[in-house]
Design a binder for this molecule. Sequence first.
Ligand code: PEP
Ligand code: MN
Length: 348
Amino acid sequence: MIIIMEKGATDENIQKVCTRLEENGFQIRVNRGELLTVIDALGDKSSVSEDRLLALDGVKEVKHIREPFRLASRDRKPDDTVITFPNGVSIGGNKSVVTIAGPCSVENYEGLIEVAHAVKEAGCEFLRGGAFKPRTSPYAFQGYGEEALKFLKRAGDETGLLTVTEVMDAQDIELVANYVDVLQVGARNAQNFKLLKALGKINKPIILKRGLSSTITEFLLAAEHILYNGNPNVILCERGIRSFDSHYTRNVADIASIPVIKKLSHLPVIIDPSHATGQRYLVEPVAKAGIIVGADGVMIEVHHNPETALSDGNQSLSIPMFKNVMNNVSSLKNKICYNKETFCADMN
Ligand code: PEP
Ligand code: MN
């Protein structure tokens, strides 16, 4: 349950409620928001009556959380989670739309640094690139592992871009976290609970992709595993889901999931139009659609020579195409402003 304190509640009022809850075996978290303080209480509801809590000074409301994803829920934490990196870049709260771009896989340093300089120049904040690749076939390129992580770190240091890469196995977390700023959980691992739990124990932000066939509830419960294990910095990534028609699009870009998640959860949400569609020409329209319905960021695959890419060449943009998409997306961003009441952007 959550206890919402009155606007003018004093520290003493808050402390008293906390003590009462703790005496009754609740695990509590106090969220001091701009307007309100909300006390988050996990425990056995039957051990303390709602009336007794309401009788305490400064208590405005006692609400019972219905969603199973308790920590990810907006009921429990009304204010948006904003993740701020040491270089000042932040993601969340619809403050700005960040861009994460780079190749599907890190293939060599020359190609990576060429893309890194281009995406930096185009205004991106993050460089992505896979070192450990989850491939459907064991015969497909599996990624260059630690060597690729070293390239990513070097390119990040050289350009000042923050770096993102996927971690597939709990055993690799420490290694990957040594090289990059953000760890990604891929769609195929969205319900690898051992991995999610282990990522809860580190303090680097996590990009969690939606599973190939995850419902929104399953997606938020996957995030819940990371939050419950202690890491509050989770960024949700809508990357499309499987459906019956993959003839023209690789997946179905579930654009509506973004406002649904914004309503249900305080966590930042980004859109990945590359994996959601699998087609170069659909990257710009789906990126724009995601931004209009409130995405806090966009993840796009870019390759120095898509025709030779070792993975996802079809959906990867060339550098000139990417610059063009970024220009068009930036001019859209400058014309709109996200409205938290309607869950979509209005014209400026
Ligand atoms: C990727 O980002 O390259 C990737 C494999 O994505 P997903 O897990 O969404 O398929
Ligand atoms: Mn890819």
